[in-house]
Design a protein around this ligand. Structure first.
Ligand SMILES: Cc1cc2nc3c(=O)[nH]c(=O)nc-3n(C[C@H](O)[C@H](O)[C@H](O)COP(=O)(O)OP(=O)(O)OC[C@H]3O[C@@H](n4cnc5c(N)ncnc54)[C@H](O)[C@@H]3O)c2cc1C
Length: 441
């Protein structure tokens, strides 16, 4: 079933592109002079833009048939990349259509533009296009760096509004949509229904349905360090929540000041059928508010679990876990679950100082079980008797001489993950054996 769903959008998209070609060759737009040709390509740009936007929505729909295949972080990265190309079609569509009509009527381009804006649904569509382009511009690295997550997120919500504004003109004016027999229109409606159903289910209905079934609630909050604390969540049917060590979920605490935001956090101990534990470090507004004012008894809407950073990636008998700071959360859980599957684990855990080490006691307990070694690496404590500095190729070779026999799991600040990943590939470890979780979507 999952495989069939995977083909629905590409096959549907290819079918409408074929029908565009078929309609324009048999209907003659290709042969109706320059104006016909320009109109056909103007419509093609519109079709491509709409397909692109639908594809983008599917990528971030969190659909269960799609996400486990690639992982939410990869799908999100692909969504970011595709978001740079799709606007080209969106930008090309209006001028091509206006130009074709200007060629027919003999009007100037600007006068024709104003006329077209008066057509059914064209003005809202132009506004919708602007909202989508704005979201794209604000997602470009130079703008994204300067914006808070919330501002960037609001711009994305604006893009949804933009899509809603633009749908009307597709049905009101779309030449291919009104072609007979109505195959194009049927496939088009079906594609929209497919995408919107996946989006609504994955992002809204499923988390609400999960909440209704489980009534998730914060049971206790346990400080781990001065900056990090663990939130223990329980509920009615925890055993049926399909979470695995290494996965994450988006948590929305249902209390004043928290309701409007859902943030991703990794499960920090293997789910035991009674609790899901998440460990949260203060890093901005939301996480500080969690530390300052979240109370036991708060209901939680859980969107997840997500992610493919799990034990299934470990194909051999040995694993090398490398964590930086709060990046320990998925690795702490993964380490325990790998250990219970009889795999040998070495953990290199980088922090600035001893006070920053999260789960120090729990990691020592895992070490005592055997088959689990921990090396704490500190970069900002000169008197530390253990490993000092940054994790690099030399340190990996020295501390883990059998690194080549291990699947590597990395999680930490993106620059650290990039540097350690490069060190491992430099040491000859195949990229297929290096798995990483980035704390950014
Ligand atoms: C897959 C994943 C797993 C994570 N696991 C943990 C964990 O176990 N423990 C932990 O302490 N942190 C974890 N994080 C990081 C955590 O989500 C962010 O630190 C937190 O969302 C920051 O929110 P803020 O408002 O406090 O800080 P801000 O200063 O507002 O945000 C800091 C940065 O966090 C990111 N961010 C903020 N809000 C969101 C959001 N709603 N969705 C996605 N990214 C956001 C943005 O890149 C932003 O620039 C994880 C992140 C991801 C993507």
């Amino acid at each position: 079933m999952k495989k069939i769903l995977l083909y629905v959008f590409p096959v549907g998209g290819a079918a409408v592109l074929y029908l565009w070609y078929f309609d324009n060759t048999t209907g003659g737009a290709f042969f109706a002079g320059k104006a016909g040709l320009v109109l056909a390509f103007g419509r093609l740009a519109g079709i491509m833009a709409a397909l692109g936007v639908m594809g983008q929505l599917l990528l971030i729909s969190r659909a269960r048939w799609l996400e486990p295949l690639f992982g939410l972080d990869r799908l999100t990265r692909f969504h970011h990349l595709a978001g740079l190309i799709i606007p080209l079609a969106l930008l090309a569509h209006p001028p091509l259509v206006v130009w074709s009509h200007a060629l027919r009527t003999g009007n100037g381009f600007l006068a024709q533009y104003l006329t077209v804006l008066g057509w059914e649904g064209a003005l809202p569509a132009a506004c919708g296009g602007l909202l989508i382009i704005t979201a794209v511009i604000l997602s470009l690295p130079f703008a994204r760096r300067r914006l808070s997550y919330e501002a960037w997120h609001s711009a994305h919500l604006g893009a949804y509004l933009g899509l809603a504004f633009s749908i009307g003109h597709q049905f009101g004016l779309g030449g291919d949509l009104s072609s007979e027999p109505p195959y194009f229109a049927r496939i088009w409606y079906a594609l929209y229904a497919f995408v919107l159903a996946n989006l609504a289910w994955g992002r809204v209905l499923k988390p609400l349905w999960l909440y209704r079934a489980n009534k998730f609630v914060v049971e206790k909050i346990v400080p781990e360090t001065t900056e990090a604390e663990s939130i223990w969540i329980t509920g009615r049917g925890m055993a049926s929540v399909p979470a695995e060590a290494g996965q994450f979920a988006l948590l929305r605490f249902w209390a004043p000041g928290f309701r409007t935001q859902a943030h991703p956090f990794s499960v920090s101990r293997p789910p035991d059928g009674r609790y899901l534990r998440f460990t949260i470090k203060k890093s901005g507004d939301f996480t500080s508010a969690v530390h300052n004012s979240l109370k036991p008894g708060t209901p939680v809407i859980i969107d997840g679990p997500h992610g493919v950073f799990t034990e299934k990636k470990c194909l051999g008998d040995k694993a090398l876990l490398i964590a930086g700071g709060i990046g320990i959360t998925p690795l702490r859980a993964l380490g325990e679950s790998l250990l219970s599957s009889g795999k040998d684990c070495v953990l290199l855990y980088a922090n600035r100082a001893q006070k920053d080490i999260v789960f120090r006691r729990e990691l020592a307990e895992l070490e005592q079980e055997g088959g689990f070694r921990v090396h704490h690496v500190l970069s900002g404590e000169p008197d530390w008797q253990g490993e000092k500095g940054r994790i690099d190729a030399g340190m990996i070779k020295r501390l883990v001489p059998d690194f080549a026999e291990r699947d590597a799991f990395l999680c930490g600040p993106p620059p650290m993950v990039a540097a350690v990943s490069a060190a491992l590939t430099g040491l000859g470890v195949s990229r297929t054996r290096i798995h990483s979780e980035l704390f950014s979507l």
